[in-house]
Write a protein that binds this ligand. Structure first.
Ligand code: ADP
Ligand code: ZN
Length: 726
């Protein structure tokens, strides 16, 4: 049987291999064993019942809580040429009857039902006359009162099982807490051995958490990476959603808002526009997402704090269902945390404990310097087996150790003390850096002893320090006014009884490669996308129902001119090819003729290279080659919109592949150190090697920044390399 399943996977769905646990679940269901399948969003749960449905003799019933989900599934199955219908309150009387007739005539393989429809006597009568082979419960967590979407009608489904004693039961969900899992098994009377739990690690999601410092600019910078690609921005309040949508619209983005304050009609329109690729960005509250099956969401931005790790995970889970890389950025702010803490204080004591625990877990995820996947998966009870995933900001950043900042801390704290603990960080920094701002002059703060004593640090460095002082409990910040107050810990530092350490530079993640730089013909991709959109609009289905992005990308790699090559591509099954293939082949052939390109055969990829590695390699090679062709560090910075440090990291990586950098004074000119000091650093590289910077950093008593060291390391390597070579 499993061989037949594999054949259907390729011939009908156009996929080469099963994803993790799909085979096991399908096998178990085909053997008529009740099964609980827990897989993350995008894990591929649908195939787990769709393939058996095609192999069983009788009907497969699928209970689904949302009409939009059923509708989407039915449309997708129709595109594969599979007979699927739904029965729910959204249908006209005529369509409803038509579907009932099809069922009576045994013409249906999969029947999607809302739970309340299934519980209706007339539905049960209809089904009594049918051979029901499989009873599937999608979003099965709705059965559990411990789950986040408890639906009383789901509870009654359990009793219904007695009506279909012959049919095997399959329950599917992406919610994995132990309690919910047990609850599902118990209420459906499953054996304990019946569950299959896939890993919750979504490898294709790039995770990044950054301090929110200039939210508008950070948002625009992030969006710039995804021209023309779909994504969601989550905000906390309706007002924030509206403001963000307006702001982005003014900036020229294609964007729509979504929140519970909009009428059902507007919400539906906006959602449809997003799903049909007419709108690029959805700005939304948590109200948006459930029931969205759009596979090509390429980015998620959390502009505000999610409620807890579970919501965060659920929301980022909406990205990259198609398995292609997607990016998730969470702008984390201690201000938001203060607001949440304030709300928590209003709760009942028992609720306060839960809410605080959840908040702490989220803060832990944001503050960790280890791989983000470790605390994230830990939260779901999973031990991440690798030390580094290579797909999160922390794994791509070389962390600078904290340094002793007792003196700047004393300066900052004493400034707060002398101004009466009624001002915020910005004003303190103005005083310390000797600003002549109106506010400083108005209060006569230019006369303070701390005035102008902190010019050696930049504004950004001071702000970063002040946030860390709050984090370390030296300061508390007033919820409403943002004014800073000293704590007992701060007094200890002020009196010199305690030292304190912190970092001066906020870490920047090496920029990751946007999709467009993968090796496919992007002009052809755009043409095919347009073709798909026109066809989809005509058929009134979302574009992804015709072919997913991944199929179009493969078309733009292999340029199929023939059925044989086309059928090798991801997502092209026999029926889909017959229905939609020809217009694509025509478009590709015409494009290839104009551009003198020819068809390529698709070979199975040799060995697995993680997307991050493939992408990282490309980027540092490109940068290294451009540098060697004469581009300066500053020109590269401008071209790639990157920080100096990032360019240096890429160049270093380029050296690491055995390439030589051209000889120039570029690095030395960017260095701020005296020639004498530069020589000292070179000597230290000679002594300690260049692999790790820490020994050199320590040998210099932690007085030379990492960025400086990275510059001089490159200078050193390029001198040395070129000397060795001659
Ligand atoms: P879930 O219901 O678990 O969120 P879906 O069943 O919607 O996930 O699957 C997510 C996407 O992955 C869909 O576009 C689906 O077609 C695709 N997919 C599922 N299984 C495979 C597979 N074995 N190979 C390639 N793509 C797959
Ligand atoms: Zn990681």
């Amino acid at each position: 049987m499993i061989n037949k399943a594999k054949q259907i996977l390729k011939e009908t769905f156009g996929y080469d291999a099963f994803r993790s646990l799909q085979k096991e679940v399908i096998q178990n269901v085909l053997n008529k064993h009740d099964t609980l399948c827990i897989m993350p969003t995008g894990g591929g749960k649908s195939l787990c019942y769709q393939i058996p449905a095609l192999l069983f003799e009788g009907l497969t019933i699928v209970v689904s809580p949302l009409i939009s989900l059923m509708d989407d599934q039915v449309k997708q199955l129709e595109a594969y040429g599979i007979q699927a219908v739904m029965l729910n309150s959204s249908l006209s009387a005529a369509s409803y009857q038509e579907n009932v007739q099809l069922i009576r005539q045994n013409k249906v393989r999969l029947l999607y039902l809302a739970p309340e429809t299934l519980l209706m006597e007339k539905t049960l009568e209809l089904l009594a006359s049918q051979k029901v082979a499989c009873f599937t419960i999608d979003e099965a967590h709705c059965i559990s009162e411990w789950g986040h979407d408890f639906r009383p009608e789901y509870r009654q489904l359990a009793h219904l099982r007695t009506r279909f004693p012959e049919s095997v039961c399959l329950a599917l969900t992406a919610t994995a807490t132990d309690r919910v899992q047990q609850d599902i098994q118990k209420s459906l009377q499953f054996e304990a051995s019946s569950s299959f739990v896939a890993s919750f690690n979504r490898e294709n999601l790039f995770l990044e958490i950054k301090q929110k410092s200039q939210p508008a600019q950070q948002t625009l910078n992030f969006l710039d990476k995804f021209p023309d690609q779909s994504g969601i921005i989550y905000c906390q309040s309706r007002k924030q959603v509206d403001e963000m949508a307006d702001f982005l619209e003014d900036e020229g983005y294609s964007v729509k808002p979504y929140h519970a304050g909009l009428s059902a009609e507007v919400r539906q329109q906006n959602q449809l526009s997003f799903i049909s690729d007419d709108t690029q960005i959805m700005v939304a509250t948590i109200a948006f997402g459930m029931g969205i099956n759009k596979p090509n969401v390429r980015f998620i931005l959390h502009f505000d704090m999610p409620n807890n790790i579970e919501s965060y995970y659920q929301q980022i889970g909406r990205a990259g269902r198609d398995g292609l890389r997607a990016e998730c950025l969470f702008l984390f702010s201690y201000g938001d945390i203060r607001k949440i803490k304030f709300f928590i204080q209003q709760k009942l004591p028992a609720e306060q404990v839960i809410a605080s625990t959840q908040l702490n877990a989220l803060v832990g995820l944001a503050e960790t310097e280890a791989c983000r996947r470790i605390p994230l998966l830990k939260y779901f009870g999973e031990d991440y087996s690798k030390a580094k995933c290579g797909m999160c900001d922390n794994c791509l950043t070389e962390h600078e150790p904290a340094i002793d900042v007792t003196i700047p801390a004393q300066q900052f704290l004493s400034c707060i003390k002398h101004t009466g603990e009624i001002f915020g960080a910005g004003h303190m920094i103005d005083i310390l850096r000797g600003s002549k701002s109106q506010k400083v002059l108005k209060f006569g703060h230019q006369k303070l002893s701390t005035y102008g004593i902190g010019k050696h640090l930049s504004k950004a460095q001071w702000f970063y320090l002040s946030r860390q002082f709050v984090q370390k409990g030296l300061l508390t910040q007033d919820m409403q006014h943002g004014s800073l107050k000293l704590t007992a810990k701060a007094w200890a530092v002020l009196r010199g009884e305690q030292s304190t350490s912190a970092k001066l530079e906020e870490q920047q993640v090496a920029p990751t490669l946007p999709q467009a730089e993968q090796k496919y013909d992007s002009s052809l991709f755009q043409i095919l996308r347009q073709l798909r959109k026109t066809m989809a609009d005509k058929l009134k289905v979302p574009p992804y129902v015709i072919f997913p992005d991944k199929t179009l990308i493969e078309m733009a790699i292999y340029f199929p001119h023939s059925e044989a090559v086309m059928m090798q591509l991801h997502g092209v099954g026999a029926v889909k090819y017959a229905k939609y293939g020809l217009p694509f082949i025509e478009a590709i052939t015409a494009y290839c003729e104009t551009n003198h390109l020819s068809e390529k055969l698709k070979r199975k990829p040799a060995g697995k290279l993680s997307p991050a590695r493939k992408i990282g390699k490309l980027r540092h090679q490109v940068i290294g080659e451009k540098y060697n062709a004469g581009a300066s560090v500053n020109e590269l910075k401008a071209e790639f919109g990157s920080q100096t440090k990032t360019i240096l990291d890429h160049l270093y990586k380029y050296c690491g592949t055995g390439e030589l950098l051209r000889l120039s004074d570029d690095f030395i000119e960017l260095s701020q150190l005296s020639p004498k000091k530069q020589d000292a650093v070179s000597a230290l590289f000679n002594k300690h090697g260049t692999l790790a910077l820490r020994p050199v950093f320590d040998a210099l008593e932690q007085k030379v920044s990492y960025e400086e060291l990275k510059l001089l390391r490159l200078h050193f390597l390029c001198q040395k390399g070129n000397n060795d070579a001659t």
